[in-house]
Structure formats: C-alpha cells, structure tokens
Design a binder for this molecule. Structure first.
Ligand code: NAP
Ligand code: G4F
Length: 338
C-alpha cells in the first residue's frame, strides 16, 4: 500500500512533537513546516530529523505563497494545522498578529487545498477557549461560543471557515475542539509547565519563589500524547466532523499547585486573599505569591469538556490521569536539571 503523506503546520510545537511520533509509527511520510528563527526552532523534534520518512521545510501560514507551494510540492494526503500564536495572555498584547496567524492563516491553508486537490483531508486545531465565558457546566459540540480573548475569537473564525469550506466545496475538513493538554514538551510560559518547573527547582533549593496570576480559574487538563491520538482518528473517519476532546475533570490552578507540591513532597500552607494570597513552606518562607502581571484583561473562569461524541464515534477517551501527567512532567524537569 502507498504510504500516507502528512503535512504538519506547527510541527515544532508540543503537539507537533507527539503527532510526528504517532504518524511515523504508523508508517506515514511526515512533512513539517518550520519558521525562520534566530534560535534553533527544531529543538523539540530533533530526534526525528534523521528519520528517512521525516522532512522539514521552511514556511509560514501567514505567507500564502509558501503554503500553496508546499501543498503542490508535497502532495499530502492529510494536512494537520497545529500552527498558532497559542498563548491566550500574549494574544492581548499582539491581537492583530494573533488574528493573522490563527484566523487568516487557516483560511490560506483551506484556499490552497481548494485550489490544489479537494481530496486532501484537513484538521484544524480548535480550542475550548472558543467557549470562553460559558453558562454551560460542561461543554460539548453544541455549546455556544463566547470567546474572551483575541486568541479565542480568531479560533472561532478558524472553526467556522473550516466548516464553510467543508460545506461549500465538499472538503474533508474537520475541527478538533481540544481542551487544555500538557506534557513535558509544553511551552515554558503555560501555567502547568511554569508551576512544575518552578516548584521542582524550589524543592531542590535552586529557585526562591513562584509568582502566579489568577489561582481560581478551572481547567480540564489532559495529556498531549492522548490528544494527538484523537486528532489522528478525526481524519480517519468516513465523514468530516467536529469533536470535543477532553477528560471531563476540572481543577483550579491552586489545586494543580497543591497536587504538584504533594508529589514533590513539598509541604505548603496557603495564607491571605486576592493579590495578597501566598503559600509558605515548612520553614514559614513565602514560596508562592500572586501578581497582577499575570492576570488577563478578561478571564475564562471555567472549562470542562464532554467528549461523549468522540467516545462513541472515534472510540477515543483520555487514558493518562492528572497525577500521572504531573509525575511525568516532574520527572522530565528533574532529568533536565541532573
Ligand atoms: P505550541 O507548542 O505553541 O506550538 C505552536 C506551533 O505553531 C509551533 O510549531 C509554532 O512554531 C507554530 N507557529 C506559530 N505561528 C506560526 C506561523 N505563522 N506559521 C507557521 N507555524 C507557526 O502549541 P501546541 O500546544 O502544540 O498547540 C497546537 C495547536 O493546538 C495550536 O494551534 C493551539 O492553539 C491549539 N490548541 C492547543 C491546546 C493545548 O492545550 N495545548 C488546546 C487547544 C488547542 P514556532 O516553534 O516557530 O513558534
Ligand atoms: O496555561 P494557560 O496559559 O492556558 P490557557 O489560557 O487555558 O490556554 C491554553 O489552553 C487552551 C485550551 O483551553 C489552548 F487553546 C491555548 O492554546 C493554551 O494551550 O493558563 C491557564 C490558566 C488561565 O486561567 C490563566 O489565567 O492559568 C491562569 N494562570 C494563573 N497564573 C496563569 C498564570 N497562566 C499563565 N500562562 N501564567 C501564569 O503565571
């Protein structure tokens, strides 16, 4: 049988790392797109660079011609768009840039597919941030979107334009609506990685303090390794469709801190309220405090996903629980410090 050919935009990120691994193990030819950078952009995917089925090309989803050229040259059977300015907080500082990448960039890929080959299957990396300020206790594919950031708003455009192209041009174009997913490969400035990296260093006496923002937002956190399995399954269905991918369990940031501290055997006690809230260690030293700097102009207070449709149609459910996720992330930090 002819090898399937995948083209991944966003291959250098967290999900790109896990999706590459999955597709190479399934005997795909994997092509990925890297951007020019002053530092090494392929750090995460270094271990695949010598694989004979792995190919990296320069490109950028804001450069329409580069997308068209790559699609014509590579002739992919499947395109995964994981590329995004993916930080919600940063999107308030770079709203136009974020819209250009996260919304218009997606339209450019769809145009390239429409103009080249309607048989190419397309995956768009949608997000639970699209639900934003929701009144639904648990969110599924029928829950209204009410985004609270330039990031979420641009992703809503991407979601709808993917559906538009599916309906108007009969493209196999599907949206994943993925809730937060983490791993040792997570970017340094997302809250889970920041907490785990800092508390691990604090437990070893290598860092004095961790400063966080809103401790009371709730998130539904899964493992990226589980979630890329769902992404792949979405493109193996008979028909294109949209799927919520989540664990169905939610925790506050403070609970995440407590779970991490417990696994590190770091005894902490919380004191105070609001911006004065702190956590002290067994010696009474303040090791966690709160700063306005990490608050966002608008917050998404509560996210918890209902993946019943994915369970039924994709036969998918998350396998790695939150304690296993934190344990793996701690072990990775310890190894990188050794
Ligand atoms: P990530 O680690 O931040 O990776 C983002 C990737 O996009 C990187 O490879 C980045 O390249 C690339 N990129 C950014 N701008 C680009 C551009 N203009 N052209 C081409 N590539 C560009 O994000 P992730 O956690 O893997 O998430 C993957 C996707 O899923 C994103 O679209 C994100 O919005 C979405 N999502 C993530 C989560 C989550 O919890 N992780 C949940 C829901 C949805 P550089 O390495 O050069 O920066
Ligand atoms: O880790 P976060 O930055 O992730 P956020 O905003 O939920 O976005 C992530 O998940 C989305 C899916 O729902 C993705 F679409 C998106 O690409 C990204 O992967 O923040 C989580 C929560 C927020 O409520 C934030 O206000 O943690 C709170 N928080 C508290 N202190 C902090 C901090 N967030 C960050 N990044 N840094 C802090 O110091």
């Amino acid at each position: 049988m002819k090898k399937k050919i995948a083209l991944i935009f966003g291959i250098t990120g967290q999900d790109g790392y896990y999706l590459s691994d999955l597709l190479l193990n399934k005997n795909y030819k994997v092509h990925g797109v890297k951007r020019r950078s002053s530092s090494v952009p392929t750090k995460r995917i270094e271990k695949y660079l010598n694989n004979k089925n792995f190919f990296i090309h320069y490109g950028d989803i804001t450069d329409t011609s580069s997308i068209q050229n790559l699609v014509e040259k590579i002739k992919p059977t499947e395109i995964y768009n994981l590329a995004a300015q993916s930080h919600v907080g940063v999107s308030f500082f770079t709203p136009l840039y974020t819209a250009n990448v996260n919304a218009i960039g997606v339209l450019s890929i769809l145009e390239a597919i429409k103009n080249t080959n309607h048989k190419i299957k397309f995956y768009q990396a949608g997000t639970s941030e699209m639900f934003g300020k929701t009144i639904s206790k648990i969110q599924n594919e029928n829950t209204n979107f009410n985004p609270q950031s330039p990031y979420g708003t641009a992703k809503v455009f991407a979601h709808h334009i993917t559906k538009n192209y599916r309906d108007a041009y009969n493209l196999f174009a599907s949206n994943g609506i993925l809730f937060n997913h983490e791993s040792p490969m997570r970017g340094e400035n997302f809250v889970t990685k920041k907490i785990i990296s800092s508390l691990t260093k604090i437990s070893l006496g290598l860092q004095k303090k961790l400063i966080l923002g809103n401790l009371y937002a709730k998130r539904d956190w899964g493992h990226a390794k589980d979630y890329v399995e769902a992404i792949h399954k979405i493109l193996q269905q008979k028909k294109p469709d949209d799927y919520v991918i989540s664990t169905g369990k939610e925790y506050t940031i403070k609970e995440f801190v407590n779970m991490t501290a417990k696994l590190l055997k770091l005894k902490i006690k919380w004191r105070g309220k609001g911006l004065k809230e702190i956590a002290i260690d067994a010696n009474g030293k303040t090791i966690i405090s709160v700063s306005k700097v990490y608050y966002r102009p608008l917050e998404v207070d509560y996210l918890k996903g209902d993946s019943a449709k994915a369970k039924k149609n994709l036969k998918w459910q998350s396998k790695i629980n939150i304690n296993e996720l934190i344990r793996e992330m701690i072990d990775f930090e310890l190894q990188s410090l050794a």
